[in-house]
Ligand binder design. Structure first.
Ligand code: ZN
Length: 144
């Protein structure tokens, strides 16, 4: 296996974020995520969970079109203890429910590739499928 091409990964993630932001302007009502939230936060969605975050963003956008919430915005997206964390500004019950559903889904989906997975602990808790789990073991042992 070749070394990961971080630069290509980065560019791909950037393009994906820009596309989601363009589709959901009420959820991401700022031109630059990093500039808006500051350096402490980020929009770091593991590749395998992009589908979940995109679906949630579209849901939120639709909801906000009919139920505008002053000051609403997505403040942070990240992985923590094997689960997706999606933080927003002022919101209501319906929005919290949507976010809860999306976050629960992440515990059953591989954060690396999007295949069905499960949460595994050991050093670093993450949610991955069997294949990606094996790959990471190999990486740790320096077999590739
Ligand atoms: Zn996987």
């Amino acid at each position: 296996m070749s070394k990961r091409d971080w630069e290509a990964d980065w560019a791909e993630a950037d393009a994906w974020r820009a596309a989601v932001k363009e589709k959901c302007p009420l959820v991401y009502p700022y031109s630059d995520f990093q500039e808006f939230v500051g350096v402490r936060y980020g929009f770091d969605c593991p590749k395998g969970w992009r589908g979940i975050v995109e679906e949630l963003s579209v849901q939120l956008q639709k909801y906000l079109e009919e139920n505008p919430i002053e000051g609403f915005c997505c403040e942070q997206v990240k992985e923590k203890f094997g689960g997706l964390r999606y933080y927003v500004g002022p919101a209501d019950e319906t929005i919290w429910d949507m976010i809860n559903v999306a976050e629960s889904k992440s515990y059953k989906i591989c954060q690396d590739c999007g295949a069905p997975g499960e949460t595994r602990s050991g050093g670093w808790t993450r949610t991955v499928c069997d294949e990606c789990s094996a790959e990471r073991e190999e990486e740790k042992l320096g077999l590739c």
